[in-house]
Write a protein that binds this ligand. Structure first.
Ligand code: ADP
Ligand code: ZN
Ligand code: ZN
Length: 830
């Protein structure tokens, strides 16, 4: 008996044949995790096939079976094969996506002395034997610690070959650690604390301001606060809190927090509402497909708040009733807690959660529960698609247009939408791609009948009964328009576009247009909440010299640096490095080194000076770096402990905040200016999503869109909530220019610390590909080789070659040379 094995070593393409030892024959099956000898090493591997014969003349034998239960299901194996072919990746890279971290690793070995009193031929051998004799069975890692700086492995190999020592492969159980959350509270009365703030730093310094802010916040809130909340509010870090503690102003304490990833979510069990007529129509179509052999995926197209999630909930319920399992993918768990909570509430006890912030132990346990058939519904970002669910019946992608569904960083660079559709075919499941702003390619596939489009045109507000009593409680005149049975529908909020060029001409140089200032004032006066959205993508905050034009750049990346008020330093957003501010220009010694552009901190500062006393909250990558920070910020805003939430791209995800009546988009068009064919699509999507955040409650809402290109079709269509017009226009342009969906793109990226070497290598591969195109007479355009827009990141020069045409994958070399990244159907060309 033989097996074909995908070996877990980097850059190893293909599979290898091994012999099965006789005692293992009865239990060997595809998908099992084993160890095999590979060259001089022992490597982990996964059995991809079991066979009676092999063409290989000499095969080695499997070393050990690590787990009798397969770690990969048959459906997953088939999916991994498809991915490897489609995305030009190694099979093992695809299989590794399906294993929890800690399992997919090079195994450690365990060594046991079996022959006492064996002769030794070297000093190191003797030391190994003594160690094993004294301490019993040892791990490779323990030996490395006990014999530091010594090459014990070779000596050990000899001992193993001679039968003196027995080696077996082991997997460490995942290490699970407790997670703690730090809280701070005042150590004295507010008055006493206020009197003593002078002691905590040099008045006027940034550090001093931060610490005063922390004390003030604690006084204002009147209760212990999470440290994260204070950082989000005031900037700063633990060192600031420690100083306050040293001065006896506050007391810090640690509270252990959840180990169960679901404990974080509070929820009340809920019942399914009666579907609206629109929902009922959509649901009937899906249910019919579930009962037939139809394999066509669905595109569920409905504006924000149109009841898509309710459809997913129905579909999950139906799937579970059939004894099958379901996967619901969301862009990012931390940004969509409300969606997650609704699933928990409807299916208590049956939900598993998977995301990158879980500890290794939590993830391993969740994976094992899936494998055991213990979890009916898996929720998570794209990685959750690869959990080993048994008897899968449903795959849902919420916000399916989201760019987080594309893996961009490492191989396989897969598109989750495509993988989900393939997985649906393999497992005979239902697949639903939901979105308010479907990806152009998905819509086009629906036009061509490859996907079935279902629409939910009306925004739902919720139950009449609940809303009416809520309105009475608040003494509000409700603003809803029409009635449908139990549910009420409301219109999308009106959007006003403000031409920022005219603001400039009128002498208004503020971040806020006069209209936005006015609306903010009204909103704050009425005690309602506002969201300010800052389009960060492609935004140009930089530091430059007014006299010579010198721009501060990261020494390792091409990126320009950004000033952070938190620590008063200059930061690189590509590699995270920071450096102290320079007072004078290194080029011309001028002292007129200035910051340019808008960041969330600047919006916050200007807002606070315009409207003193306004409680603001920042929600961006900087204020949410720590675990749990998202949830805290959202909870504080939802509990009305702030009036204005200032945020970046994260705001566009699935947030439902009924008290928000104003959405201001500070710079709608900034992302239009990037040299990328998807720039208009991305801009339209994000603005439409953000605009949809207003007016989800009884109070109605308004959107103000500030733009320097108010006539651009993406801005105009977003302001009208008009997907159809945008889609037709964009599709026409793509056809003219020969971009997807009318052609396929491939991007080949090469990175190297030497720019010369990078250039030489891309020219080499470029010439090879061009020759192949000519030889096969294919109509494929080659763009480049050229440096990428972000030409240098983390000290590595980046060059790319872009192929455009019909199936350009055909002209790629069979094995991609080392150092290259292949991105099939890239979503960004920067
Ligand atoms: P989407 O997922 O498209 O944003 P949701 O499913 O979240 O939309 O629905 C929007 C709001 O309407 C939610 O508050 C939801 O509870 C409510 N809702 C959805 N369907 C119904 C229904 N059939 N009856 C009453 N309320 C509903
Ligand atoms: Zn200068
Ligand atoms: Zn950098």
């Amino acid at each position: 008996m033989f097996v074909e094995v995908a070996v877990n070593l980097p850059h190893v393409y293909g599979t290898f044949d091994y012999r099965v030892p006789e005692d293992l024959e009865p239990v060997i099956t595809p998908g099992q995790l084993i160890t095999v000898p590979f060259g001089s090493r022992i490597a982990q591997g996964i059995i991809t096939e079991v066979r009676d014969r092999t063409d290989v003349a000499e095969t080695k034998s499997i070393e050990a079976l690590l787990d009798h239960i397969p770690v990969i299901t048959n459906a997953q194996l088939e999916l991994a094969r498809w991915m490897a072919g489609t995305y030009k990746a190694t099979l093992i890279d695809c299989l590794n996506l399906m294993l929890p971290p800690g399992l997919s690793q090079q195994t450690d070995s365990s060594y046991q002395l079996v022959l006492m009193d064996a002769a030794v031929s070297s000093e190191i051998q003797e030391r190994i034997l003594k160690l094993l004799h004294r301490r019993g069975e040892l791990r490779g890692r323990q030996l490395s610690r006990a014999l530091p700086h010594q090459r014990w492995k070779k000596a050990m190999d000899t001992l193993v070959r001679r039968g003196v020592v027995k080696r077996s492969a082991v997997l460490d159980p995942p290490s699970v650690r407790a997670v703690y959350q730090r809280t701070a509270r005042l150590a004295m009365t507010p008055t006493a604390a206020g009197a003593r703030v002078r002691e905590i730093g040099q008045a006027g310094s940034a550090a001093y301001e931060r610490r005063v802010c922390m004390i003030k916040t604690l006084i204002a809130e009147g209760e212990p606060l999470e440290a994260q909340w204070l950082y989000a509010e005031c900037g700063g870090s633990l060192s600031d809190l420690r100083i306050l503690e040293d001065h006896d102003l506050i007391i810090l304490s640690d509270a252990e927090v959840w180990r169960d990833p679901l404990e974080e979510f509070e929820y009340v069990p809920s019942q399914a509402p009666t579907l609206t007529p629109d929902q009922a129509r959509v649901w009937t179509a899906i249910k019919q497909a579930a009962g037939s052999d139809s394999q066509i995926p669905f595109l569920l197209h409905g504006v924000t708040g149109s009841g898509k999630t309710e459809i997913y909930l129905n579909a999950v319920e139906h799937t579970l009733e059939q004894g099958r399992s379901a996967i619901v993918l969301v862009p990012e768990i931390a940004l969509t807690p409300q969606t997650v909570r609704r699933f928990l509430a409807r299916f208590p006890g049956r939900v598993g959660l998977n995301h990158s912030q879980l500890s290794a132990g939590e993830r391993f346990d969740t994976w094992r529960r899936c494998r055991a058939g213990d979890i009916g519904l898996m929720i998570g970002p794209r990685s959750a698609l690869f959990m080993p669910l048994q008897n899968l019946g449903l795959i849902v992608l919420d916000e399916s247009h989201d760019e987080s569904y594309k893996e961009q960083a490492r191989s396989p660079r897969y598109q989750t939408r495509s993988v989900a559709i393939q997985y649906q075919r393999i497992t005979g499941s239902i697949c639903i791609l939901g979105s308010a702003t479907p990806d152009i390619n998905t819509s086009y596939a629906a036009d061509r009948g490859r996907i079935q489009r279902l629409t939910l045109p009306q925004r739902i507000m919720g139950h009449r009964q609940r809303l009416t009593s809520q309105a009475q409680r608040h003494g509000i005149q409700p603003q809803y328009q029409s009635f449908k049975d139990d549910a009420l529908s409301i219109d999308l909020p009106p959007v006003r576009i403000i031409d920022m060029r005219q603001e400039l001409m009128a002498g208004n140089r503020s971040i806020f247009s006069r209209a936005l200032t006015h609306e903010l004032q009204e909103t704050l006066n009425a005690g309602q909440q506002a969201i300010l959205f800052l389009n960060r993508r492609g935004s140009t905050t930089y530091i430059f010299c007014r006299d010579c034009g010198w721009v501060a750049r990261c020494p390792r990346c091409d990126a320009s640096l950004t000033h952070h008020a938190d620590d008063d330093r200059w930061h690189c957003h590509h590699c995270g490095a920071s450096s102290p501010q320079m007072q004078a220009c290194p080029n011309c010694s001028s002292e007129r080194v200035r910051r340019f552009g808008i960041g969330t901190q600047k919006v916050q500062a200007e807002l606070e000076s315009l409207f003193p006393g306004t409680r603001t909250l920042r929600w961006d990558r900087d204020s949410t770096r720590a675990k749990g920070a998202h949830a805290i910020i959202l909870a504080h805003f939802a509990a009305q402990r702030a009036d204005v939430l200032i945020g970046t791209q994260m705001l566009a995800k699935g947030l439902d905040l009924p008290l928000v009546t104003l959405v201001g988009v500070i710079n709608a068009d900034i992302s239009l200016n990037l040299p990328d064919y998807r720039a208009p699509e991305r801009t339209f999507q994000v603005i439409t999503q953000v605009a949809g955040r207003a007016g989800r409650g009884l109070l109605g809402g308004k959107v103000i869109l500030q733009s320097f290109q108010p006539d651009h079709y993406a801005i105009q269509a977003a302001a009208q909530h008009d997907y159809e017009t945008f889609y037709r226009r964009e599709l026409g342009l793509r056809q003219e220019l020969g971009y997807p969906p009318f052609a396929n793109l491939i991007r080949l990226i090469y990175r190297h610390p030497s720019s010369k070497q990078a250039e030489t290598e891309v020219e080499r591969l470029g010439a090879l590909i061009k020759a192949e195109i000519q030889k096969t007479n294919r109509r494929i355009a080659v763009i480049g080789p050229a440096p990428c827009y972000f030409g240098r990141i983390r000290g590595l020069y980046r060059w790319h070659i872009i192929l455009r045409g019909n199936k350009p994958v055909d002209v790629l070399p069979a094995e991609i040379p080392d150092g290259w990244g292949v991105d099939i159907d890239p979503v960004s060309l920067l």
